[in-house]
Design a protein around this ligand. Structure first.
Ligand SMILES: [Zn+2]
Length: 229
């Protein structure tokens, strides 16, 4: 080997050494850049997994369905009252006593009485609203007042069970209570509709002597709720 050959061999080793170092540095740098990489769709690789998640469309965000926490009635198990005078043998929901003057008691009836016999029927909301009253007494027995989202105030009276609580938002399908016979009456549901005023707030409404100014015939307002048959 001549001196020239020795020099060429040395240069070749030097070249390979420097070149290999450059390649190693590039690979090392590429591995480092994977740390903290943002992946399409917001996902990062599973720790210990096989690498980046394949890119795809952004996830669709579904808003939560509102829920009161009340038990939901089985769809199809409840019907709105008919408002039609009961005939013998009619099921729950027909009218046993209308809104208006009652000659039998020489007094005004500020609601509609609806057939709902023992052991009681679940009362199911068919539209959203907010509970404004859960109370007992005043001739109504156990009662629940609901302000519907359109501003109409309702009252259900003579109840057996009160499941809703004051201030609670209620949604279609929610069972708010059960019809009963509280307040010293036979089994039935007394239903009132009171415009934009609470049906049972004497402080606001001026008491029974003022009822005729805001309590209306419930016949056009029977679609707000149903009774489980
Ligand atoms: Zn009544």
């Amino acid at each position: 080997m001549t001196n020239n050959d020795k020099r060429n061999l040395l240069l070749t080793f030097l070249f390979l050494g420097v070149g290999g170092g450059v390649v190693w540095a590039i690979v090392r740098n590429r591995k480092k850049t994977n740390i903290g990489t943002t992946y399409p769709g917001g996902s990062s690789p599973t720790p210990g997994g096989s690498g980046p998640v394949p890119s795809g469309p952004s996830p669709v965000i579904i808003p939560p369905i509102p829920s009161s926490g009340l038990t939901q009635a089985i769809p199809g198990s409840y019907l709105s009252p008919s408002g039609i005078a009961c005939q013998s043998g009619d099921p729950a929901g027909c009218r046993t006593s209308p809104f208006g003057w009652r000659p039998s008691t020489n007094s005004y009836h500020y609601g509609m009485d609806i057939r709902a016999s023992s052991p009681g029927h679940d009362i199911v909301m068919k539209a959203p609203g907010t509970i404004y009253s859960v109370a007992t007494g005043g001739g109504w027995g156990k009662r629940i007042g609901v302000r519907m989202s359109d501003g109409t105030n309702l009252l259900f009276a003579h109840l057996k069970n009160q499941y809703a609580v004051p201030g609670q938002n209620v949604y279609p399908g929610d069972i708010i209570g059960t019809s009963g016979n509280t307040g010293g009456v036979p089994w039935h549901l007394h239903y009132e509709v009171c415009g934009n005023l609470p049906c049972d707030d004497s402080a606001v409404n001026g008491g029974p002597s003022n009822y005729s100014t805001f309590k209306v015939d419930p016949t056009p307002y029977l679609h707000y709720f149903g009774l489980v048959q």
